[in-house]
Design a protein. Sequence first.
Length: 439
Amino acid sequence: MELKEASPEYLAQQAAQVPKGYKLTEVGVIPEDWELAPLGKEVEQLEAGVSVNSVDEDIRSYAHYQAILKTSAVIGGRFLPHENKKIAPRDIGRARLNPRFDTIIISRMNTPDLVGECGYVFADFPNLFLPDRLWMTHIRSGSKVNVRWLNYLLSSRPYKSQIKELATGTSGSMKNIAKDSLLAMPVAYPPPLEQRAIAAALTDVDALLAKLDQLIAKKRDLKQATMQQLLTGQTRLPSFSGEWETKLLGEIGDFIKGKGVSRDQAQSGRLPCVRYGEIYTIHNDLIREFHSWISKEVAETATSLKSGDLLFAGSGETKEEIGKCVAFIDDTEAYAGGDIVVLRPRSVNSIFLGYALNSPAVNRQKASLGQGDAVVHISAKALADITIFLPGDAEQTAIAAVLSDMDAEIAALERRREKTRFIKQGMMQELLTGRIRFV
């Protein structure tokens, strides 16, 4: 494709739309007092590590603590030091580049979606090392650039797009960025004081997101502990003391097999449908929303769901995850796709079952019943032999209410986190382009 220089008429038209106090540049409209210069004006060098042999095992099984970072250690502007593999003892001497405080690590070679991802290094990590697919920035001596600000800029959508466009490679699965190309990339630099102010504002939002992440993790751990106590009868809710029954799943309901719904059919209409992969990736314990929609024609051959049905994933990648279960408790017309086994229980609280059938005790039984290696399957016949402990109806309802309330609290925190992420994206879009100024 032939590239042509923009015509004077086009440039004049664009310039006429530039607000007072701003200027039109090749990276867009920016404040007049911002400087457009290559990334290399402030970044003197991009240094890569060395590839070493590694083992994906717990570091405590080795006498040393040195580890090599995975390319997944940087994503969305964050540095994740726990994303590492232990260095094979014979290669410890070859590793040479440690992540250092106040630098940026950049993924120079990765998949098309992930190439150019970066993360700010918030501390020194003397026991971690970079592989050859990751770069670490070296800022020029005497530079006043704020590295946190630069990391936010490079991880913003416009600059991520620019960086990805620099990546080359004939392979559709792997792309590589040339060092000279990245250092030559134009960057809009605010004055140093404004860089610091922008970085401080975005860092405050990141701190809030980190607190929300920690709180959500804590609430999830508390829920798991509560499930362990309540679903086994180790802890009883007040006013309940009756004996629990031991039942086989085949004794409490009837099994139905889901019917195939292809990927294309899953977006062919307006009737909600659950596909087996969504049980693993979207739903937990209860179905609260739908992500697939089928037509009336497809629904005629699909498996219709009733409120109270339990849906098991009939296929999976590992025995540990096989048979994950979710409860359908809505009165909406909905359908199940293929590789789903449906249990339609009789006189048992389905919300209670939705939690109980994902408990560690039941998961161990499902793992022992799974068949296959590369792809694991579990049948209705196998599921029917799973043993479950059932309290009385009133206690089932009470336990389900406690766990549902905990889920509602977690969901509220997740919504708050998502809203905060959205606010951060808006702040980045406004602050990193100069549309909103710190004056």
